[in-house]
Write a protein that binds this ligand. Structure first.
Ligand code: IVH
Length: 677
């Protein structure tokens, strides 16, 4: 069984991954609710086992790391995050913590929790001078030019403006604007945004503000940062009124209430009415109104004690399951999905939901014709939860997985020991299309403008049969095709041309080799350096690569053994696709697969930097010592529990000089032959 330290390390890695998808790529893989569940589990573990709390834990951080594209902006007053409450008990517990710290009761302000991107605006002598994202809370990104394009942001404040005013708020995209944007993206064969929040984030972080200007963003302000001058304010509600008189957009749905029971009532009301708004909210923010009391309450490392976000649970609705269909993916995988009577849930209309595989359909026990519960956690992926048995009509029969592929008619096969079913016909038109689309997708060859619609068109016209044919397309092939004029033809061909210079890892991933994801492709690319070296390698040589297991090795070798796949490779080679672009890791990965624990204070490294240094070299930096620890680095005032454990287990204990040596060479001092695995 997984111990708490291992589980926490796994959760941290998962959360870091999802943070990156969300903050840096604006392309989340899981819903906010699922993300919150991971963070809550990690926090529970850390509370129960304080010895495993790591400085680099996501629970100790604010927001995300600022990116390199925008200039950094330091926030004079840090931009904090909010603590969350998911249940009425958690809200009441917050209230009890408040009353333990301050004697007198105070009113609460209930605001909508706008689901957008936090920004800080700076006005000097009434003029808008700067806008920054939250970043890591202390340093954000300069998005002034982009925010200046938002109509709701006044360039100049009205009335008597303070000398300096920093105000925090949320940039968001109204739902109708989001839907229109996705329609335009779909028509242009571009990427669709998962939800209004992601489209707001993506639009705000455009390098070209002219693009942001086309995106119909808006803003609500809800909090003060640094202020010099202006009236004395005693309450938060007064502050909001003051901001409104300056011409700043304050959300109208603000209510000041006296008790937590009224707060709860307000939360329940918004849970029911959230979709009456034309923008998305993911909860209600509750703030102590009295500013003096706020000061008494103070802040924790991450969030103010005087505010809490009551977050909405995933929404559920019932609808009719019209039928269960099967779609064929790029690997031939046959995925059952539910065809639903359209229902609005979690802010958008859901008409389809994946059912994953045969076993899942059986486990959920849903039958075509059933009334079913559908859940959507705010965004991303809608889910069929269960049937409403009380409403099941007589005579409904369990669904049976089809025996033949719905696209090509060839037999489907469920492999022994697997839950997935496959269409094994590589010429199946559904697979061909999915392979082209995958080849052109962002993590692969990133060919802008080559989405589902264009893939279908090219295949139907017989212009391509496999990805290798893309590089043979000529302007005359495309001109006159539905939706293609001179400019779009030129753009698509230019995008195909520039894809010839993608890194090897992208090329490998683009080839659509079963079991080979982006991470495995990266490992192979770095180990072999070129596609030709991989082609020349035996299955054993592939499997001997650190980080490549027998499953991937078998699949890669099997893939290149097939004549038809070799043909695709030959077409790519003939077209001049670069087979050997390998992006070197930033640092030699001397600690790959090893685990180094840091305790106490080091002179040259703050704790976080020491852990970062380990990770940057491919190692792990967990918060506790175990039998798998490579070394314990002990600075001054080390944790006694860790020291004792390391001594008991015979794990090398390094001082700072030993640590520096380990970082440089991967070797433990005095042992240049065999570092502990
Ligand atoms: S107050 C110090 N008020 O929610 C308090 N935040 O989960 C700062 N948010 O980072 C936040 N609506 O991006 C506040 N009415 C509101 C909000 C709000 C949305 C966002 C904000 C914050 C995040 C925390």
């Amino acid at each position: 069984m997984e111990g708490p330290a291992t589980e926490a390390a796994r959760l941290r890695a998962e959360i870091d991954h999802h943070d990156q998808r969300y903050h840096q790529l604006d392309d989340p893989e899981i819903s906010d609710a699922e993300y919150d569940t991971l963070v809550r589990r990690l926090r529970q573990l850390e509370q129960a086992h304080p010895e495993i709390v790591a400085a680099a834990s996501p629970t100790q951080r604010l927001g995300s790391t600022p990116s390199a594209v925008f200039a950094p902006v330091e926030h004079v007053v840090p931009m904090m995050s909010l603590e969350n409450a998911f249940t009425s008990e958690e809200l009441q517990a917050w209230g009890e913590r408040l009353s333990r710290r301050v004697s007198e009761a105070s009113a609460f302000v209930c605001e909508l929790k706008i689901d957008g991107v936090a920004v800080s605006l700076r006005y000097e002598e009434g003029d808008f001078v700067r806008a920054a994202t939250r970043g890591d809370g202390r340093v954000g990104e300069d998005v002034t030019a982009n925010v200046a394009t938002i109509a709701a942001v006044p360039q100049r404040l009205q009335g008597e403006a303070p000398r300096l005013l920093e105000v925090r708020g949320e940039v968001y995209m109204p739902v109708p604007a989001f839907e229109a944007l996705n329609r335009r993206q779909a028509e242009a064969g571009g990427r669709l945004f998962a939800n209004p929040r992601n489209s707001a984030a993506g639009s705000l972080r455009q390098k070209d503000p002219a693009i942001t200007a086309t995106r119909e963003l808006s803003l609500f302000v809800y909090q003060l940062g640094a202020v010099v001058g202006g009236p004395t304010l005693r309450t938060h509600s007064e502050t909001l009124e003051h901001l409104a008189t300056l011409g700043l957009p304050v959300n109208p749905e603000i209510r000041t209430v006296a008790t937590l029971d009224e707060v709860e009532e307000r939360c329940r009301w918004w849970l029911e009415h959230r979709h009456d708004l034309d923008y998305e909210i993911d909860g209600v923010v509750v703030k102590v109104d009295d500013l003096h009391r706020r000061e008494e309450l103070g802040v924790t490392a991450k969030a103010p004690r005087w505010a809490i976000a009551y977050k909405f649970p995933p929404e559920e609705r019932t609808t009719k399951l019209l039928g269960i269909m099967v779609s064929i993916g790029r690997t031939g995988k046959a995925t059952p999905f539910a065809q639903l009577e359209p229902v609005v849930v979690g802010g958008s209309t859901v008409a389809q939901a994946t059912l994953h595989n045969e076993d899942q359909v059986r486990a959920k026990g849903v039958r075509p014709g059933d009334t079913v519960v559908v859940r959507k956690a705010g965004d991303v992926i809608p889910e069929v939860v269960k049937p409403v048995l009380a409403e099941r009509a007589a005579g409904l029969v369990p669904w049976r997985f089809p025996t033949d592929c719905p696209r090509c008619g060839q037999p489907l096969q469920r492999l022994a020991g697997e839950s997935d079913t496959f269409c094994l016909n590589v010429d199946c038109p559904a697979q061909r299309r999915a392979r082209i689309e995958h080849f052109a997708s962002r993590g692969a060859m990133d060919i802008e403008g080559l989405g589902e619609r264009t893939s279908v068109l090219l295949l139907e016209r017989g212009l391509v049969a496999d990805p290798g044919d893309l590089y043979r397309l000529a302007p005359s092939d495309l001109l006159g095709l539905d939706g293609f004029a001179a400019v779009s033809v030129r753009n698509l061909l230019a995008a195909i041309e520039s894809s010839k210079r993608r890194p090897l890892a992208n090329l490998l991933f683009a080839l659509n080799i079963r079991h080979l994801g982006p991470a495995g492709a990266q490992v192979l690319a770095r180990a072999f350096g070129s596609l030709d070296a991989i082609l020349a390698a035996s299955e054993e040589e592939l499997a001997a690569t650190e980080g490549v297991g027998p499953v991937i090795a078998g699949s890669v070798a099997g893939f290149f053994a097939l004549e038809r796949n070799r043909e695709v490779v030959d077409k790519l080679r003939a077209a001049g696709v670069d087979f050997g672009r390998v992006e070197a890791p930033a640092l030699p990965q001397v600690l790959a697969g090893r685990s180094v624990v840091v305790t106490g204070t080091l002179d040259a490294f703050p704790r976080e930097a020491a852990e970062e240094a380990i990770k940057a070299r491919g190692g792990r930096a967990p918060g506790s010592v175990s039998s798998r620890t490579t070394a314990l680095v002990a600075g001054s005032e080390p944790g006694q529990a860790k020291l004792t454990k390391a001594i008991e287990l015979g794990i090398p204990i390094l001082d700072e000089a030993g640590f520096t040596h380990l970082l440089e060479t991967g070797e433990l001092p005095g042992d240049s032959t065999s570092p502990r695995p």
